[in-house]
Design a protein around this ligand. Structure first.
Ligand SMILES: *Cc1c(COP(=O)(O)O)cnc(C)c1O
Length: 515
């Protein structure tokens, strides 16, 4: 006898669709995801997946190069008071306004900022996260989601970073928030033993970080009431790593002047050069002066699972670590975590609310809001969990290794080109360089200001052509172009094509400039 199926072809229990008729008397209530509306949910989220798939498959370049004016006029023309009356019509309109001219990070000639193509298991997991919509603030809004997040943060702390049994962490929206929370905890730790009002207790605290560190550290100091003046920009060496001798000199001069080192922030993978500060020397200096030691591995965290893991030696001495899975673990935005070597330090920011996480539950109920700056919070850990359960860490590490190899290849192409100049040796997966034209047909060489302007014009020309995207930055006052390679599917041909586009644009624009 053939077994009688109890589900339809979507796996939805038979009878559910019929139960949906008659629908809810309030028409809008039929737009809410519920047991009775799952067939609409399947059809419409399927339609959205198809639109996204055709946009991804159809993208001929990383962008179509729209201007804010051209797109803005079309978006402003939408009458938000006149709804289209259905998901499919609204999705079709969104495809026209958004997908058609979006910036596509999966495209191998997108080499601009720290954005990655996303893993399919992670994107698939997002459907679960958004549909169920668990909230991570308390156990009674999340259940297994809280335990999965905790398992992942503890595993990141112990198995990847090498911290001890007391280590734990929390997911955040991104590296900026992770760094802010790290500095907040370090600040509260530093002032806990001081007396007076908070402004009095903050006086004289200093944060030491390299001149090349991420701006979110300075921003955090401002938000924490310390001001950007509290951040000491320590000079870097030729490889753009924090100079440990300069760090020692700065700390010693400040302590002699009566100031207090609150934290040393080392960067493991700077945004421009991928430089990894000398972690062991930084942690030793922090320990010597009773300062908190934070490692910003927002970009470099991919090394934790790579064959280049030894580049991060010393990270296991950190008091706190920022990791951005949405940069080097190929996760959709947002997926970041702040990890603490001693989870008791989360107590510095815990606030108990009677309606949510009453003090009486402390230690007995796993309420993640005790550790987070956010209250309502997405279950961002699941996509990483599903990626790891599907592929494993070595596979993700192999993708990051591929990027390091690609960057080395790109650097050698730049170095070999007569009109391109490499700014520094490549360390992770960024390549900083500039177009430096030989004088054309006896024309006078460009002055430094014109060379600077030329780099920005090249970048703009590539963007508007839509064929490639690169970034720009300033090195010792000189504008440069930057390739950020986070797409392991990019090939030598893609690198060649992007550099050729830079040279063609540079040649044309510099001739125009000297004419
Ligand atoms: C990207 C980056 C950040 C900020 O992270 P977001 O996720 O963009 O908020 C912080 N530090 C470094 C070194 C980064 O590269």
């Amino acid at each position: 006898m053939t077994p009688v199926s109890t589900t339809d072809r979507f796996g939805v229990p038979l009878g559910t669709a019929e139960a949906a008729v008659p629908l809810h008397p309030l028409a809008a209530a039929n737009q809410l995801l519920a047991g009775e509306t799952v067939h609409q949910f399947i059809a419409e989220s399927g339609a959205a997946t198809l639109l996204a798939a055709s946009a991804v498959a159809g993208a001929r370049g990383p962008s179509t190069g729209p201007t804010p004016e051209s797109l803005g006029a079309r978006i402003d023309a939408v009458d938000l008071a006149a709804p289209l009356g259905g998901t499919n019509a609204a999705l079709t309109e969104a495809a026209d306004l958004y997908l058609k001219d979006a910036v596509y990070f999966h495209h191998p000639r997108y080499q601009a900022h720290l954005n990655c193509p996303v893993l399919i298991p992670a994107v698939a997991a997002e459907a679960l996260v958004t549909s169920v919509n668990s909230s991570m603030d308390t156990w009674d809004q999340s259940a297994g989601a809280t335990l999965i997040e905790r398992r992942l943060t503890r595993w990141t702390a112990a198995d990847l970073i090498g911290l001890g049994a007391d280590a734990d962490g929390v997911f955040t929206s991104g590296g900026t928030q992770s760094n802010l929370q790290a500095m907040l905890i370090a600040r509260n730790h530093a002032v806990a033993t001081r007396t007076g009002s908070l402004p009095e207790r903050l006086a004289g605290l200093r944060i030491y970080t390299s001149a090349d560190s991420h701006f979110s550290i300075a921003k955090a100091a401002t938000l924490l009431g310390m001001g950007e003046d509290a951040v000491v920009a320590v000079p870097t060496d030729r490889a753009h790593r924090m100079d440990a001798h300069a760090l020692r000199a700065a700390i010693e001069a400040d302590t002699a002047a009566g100031l207090t080192p609150m934290a040393v922030v080392a960067t493991a993978g700077t945004t421009d050069f991928g430089a990894i500060d000398p972690l062991a020397a930084c942690s030793a200096l922090a320990a010597e002066h009773g300062a908190w030691f934070h490692v910003d591995a927002a970009y470099g965290c991919g090394l934790l699972v790579s064959r280049h893991r030894d580049c991060l030696a010393g990270i296991e001495a950190a008091d706190s670590v920022t990791v951005d899975f949405h940069k080097s673990f190929f996760q959709p935005i947002g997926s970041s975590a702040l990890i603490l070597a001693d989870d008791a330090h989360f107590g510095h920011i815990t606030h108990y609310a009677d309606y949510l996480n009453p003090a009486g539950e402390a230690g007995t109920v796993p309420n993640q809001v005790d550790k987070s700056l956010q209250t309502t919070r997405r279950f961002d850990a699941l996509k990483l969990w599903v990626s790891l359960r599907s592929m494993g860490t070595d596979a993700i590490g192999a993708l990051f290794d591929e990027l390091i190899d690609l960057a080395a290849t790109a650097a050698s192409l730049v170095a070999a080109h007569p009109d391109l100049e490499l700014a520094a040796d490549v360390q992770l997966s960024t390549v900083v360089f500039r177009y430096l034209p030989a004088a054309h047909d006896g024309a006078a060489p460009l002055d430094p200001a014109a060379v600077n302007a030329l780099q920005d014009s090249i970048r703009a020309a590539l963007y508007s052509s839509g064929e490639a995207m690169v970034a720009a930055t300033t090195v010792d006052g000189a504008r440069h172009l930057k390739l950020t390679l986070l797409n392991p599917r990019a090939t030598l041909a893609d690198l060649d094509a992007v550099l050729a586009a830079v040279v063609v644009a540079g040649d044309r624009l510099s001739r125009e400039a000297t004419r």
